[in-house]
Write a protein that binds this ligand. Structure first.
Ligand SMILES: [Zn+2]
Length: 458
């Protein structure tokens, strides 16, 4: 009895020692981060991905099946492949910063949680990393950024305000409606000497000042202008660019609508018994829709006018500059239901699965999809918020115009929508509805309402 408990105690002590060896503490900018470990990959400190991202001030994203995790900080995008077997974490090309490989092992999935290698991730995002042997503690320190300059590019309505930061830091924006002021807040940032307020053509003025632990840039907007903010990596720091699109569109030219009949040629799409191929259904439907919209006074073009194949990049390019780009597909759905997708990073497992399927069918290279996702995450896709309102608006209109119900309305990184950006939607209908007399008229009415009063008779 006694001997047995002694043996247990020895075993327990050995276990504790093993656990102790595996544990390394982690401190980021003076704040402890729980859960770090060097037991996953020998000699490499790993930390829970979401906690590390948050401590670094980065936004954290994961794809549906967690094969890649993404951190976004101050205009920079770090992507890490996720290894399910820690023994396979040490592969080259596992980490990318802004699309370029950086040294370091892959992220590791352990019991459903993703862990990131602390040192390469922190360094890639501008941090310094040190190891305190005695305390078994990894210390990460990120530099404070300096707002080194504000400038204007161009003139008139196309003018941009550019804010220059010396290191990647998190930033947020806020529109103060009552006073018409756009406020950009930069974490852990000081204002450099010599930075002074600016006046512009497309905004009234911009000023930078300290705010708490960071810096605020306040931009007084001119009447009838909106704003669009995006960030770009720039050396070790980044730039934030603000554009000021006019909100008064009374003088807008005739709206241009591009309809994209899915599939064609060697790619027939789904075969619907009794209705033929998806490619032939979408073409006939799109041609009817074109006539109806032309009848309402819109300028309408098709990406495909016969049974031939058109690659995804050509379709996507055709959407550039369009007021509305509508990609038409068939799907196995009950009549009366449809799916509506707009461009965004995946918002759910289903939407990403759908995007992977669509992108794969149109033979889009995965690096092109990654590049598109990076552009989406960086806010480089213009008018991306519009796509969601188009998709939502279509749902409402199609229900009112014919009782059609949106089974799914969601965002997905769909390559074919890249050219049209926020002005693109991809719709999937049942074969019965595509072949019907009623859907073309209902959809034409809904699209005309969405694009606005541009039609000749309205
Ligand atoms: Zn399709």
């Amino acid at each position: 009895m006694r001997r047995r408990s002694l043996r247990l105690a020895v075993l327990l002590a050995a276990l504790l020692a093993a656990v102790g060896l595996a544990q390394t503490a982690l401190v980021v900018n003076g704040v402890p981060v729980d859960g770090s470990t060097s037991a996953l990959v020998k000699g490499t400190s790993y930390a829970p991905a979401a906690a590390l991202a948050s401590a670094l001030g980065a936004r954290y994203f994961t794809d549906a099946d967690t094969t890649v995790v993404t951190l976004q900080l101050g205009g920079h995008i770090l992507e890490a492949q996720v290894a399910t077997d820690p023994a396979k974490a040490s592969v080259s090309g596992a980490l990318h910063l802004d699309g370029t490989v950086v040294d370091g092992p892959a992220a590791v999935m352990q019991d459903g949680d993703v862990f990131l290698p602390v040192k390469p991730v922190a360094q890639a995002l501008g941090g310094s990393v040190a190891y305190l042997q005695k305390q078994k503690t990894v210390v990460v320190v990120q530099p404070r950024a300096q707002l080194t300059g504000m400038s204007v590019n161009g003139s008139g309505a196309g003018q941009q305000l550019v804010v220059q930061l010396s290191a990647p830091v998190g930033y947020s924006r806020f529109y103060n409606q009552p006073v018409g002021t756009l406020q950009l807040h930069f974490d852990r940032t000081d204002v450099g000497s010599g930075v002074s307020g600016l006046q512009g053509d497309s905004f009234v003025r911009a000023d930078a000042g300290s705010s708490g632990d960071g810096t605020d840039v306040r931009v007084q907007l001119a009447p009838n202008t909106g704003y669009h903010v995006y960030s770009l990596p720039d050396g070790t720091g980044f730039r934030v660019v603000v554009t000021f699109p006019p909100t008064n569109t009374a003088q807008a030219p005739l709206p241009h609508i591009v309809i994209d009949p899915g599939h064609g040629g060697q790619d027939p799409g789904i075969n619907f018994p009794g209705y033929g191929s998806e490619a032939s259904l979408t073409l006939a439907f799109s041609q009817q829709l074109q006539k109806l919209l032309q009848g309402r006074g819109f300028d309408v073009t098709l990406t495909r006018t016969g049974d031939y194949s058109v690659d995804a990049s050509t379709r996507s390019r055709d959407g550039i500059g369009a007021d509305l780009f509508v990609s038409i597909h068939g799907a196995v759905l009950p009549p009366g239901q449809f799916n509506a997708y707009y461009l965004s990073d995946a918002s759910s497992v289903d939407s990403l699965t759908m995007a992977i399927r669509q992108n794969a069918q149109s033979a889009v290279q995965s690096q092109d999809v990654s590049a598109l996702r990076r552009r989406i995450l960086l806010g480089l896709v213009p008018q991306i918020d519009v796509g969601r309102s188009f998709a939502d608006g279509l749902g409402t209109q199609l229900f009112q115009n014919g009782g059609y119900r949106a089974a799914v309305t969601t965002g997905a990184p769909l390559y074919v929508l890249g050219g049209a950006a926020g002005r693109g939607v991809l719709l999937e209908f049942s074969p019965q509805d595509l072949a019907s007399d009623t859907l073309p008229a209902a959809l034409a009415g809904a699209l005309a309402n969405l694009v606005g009063a541009g039609g000749a008779t309205q």
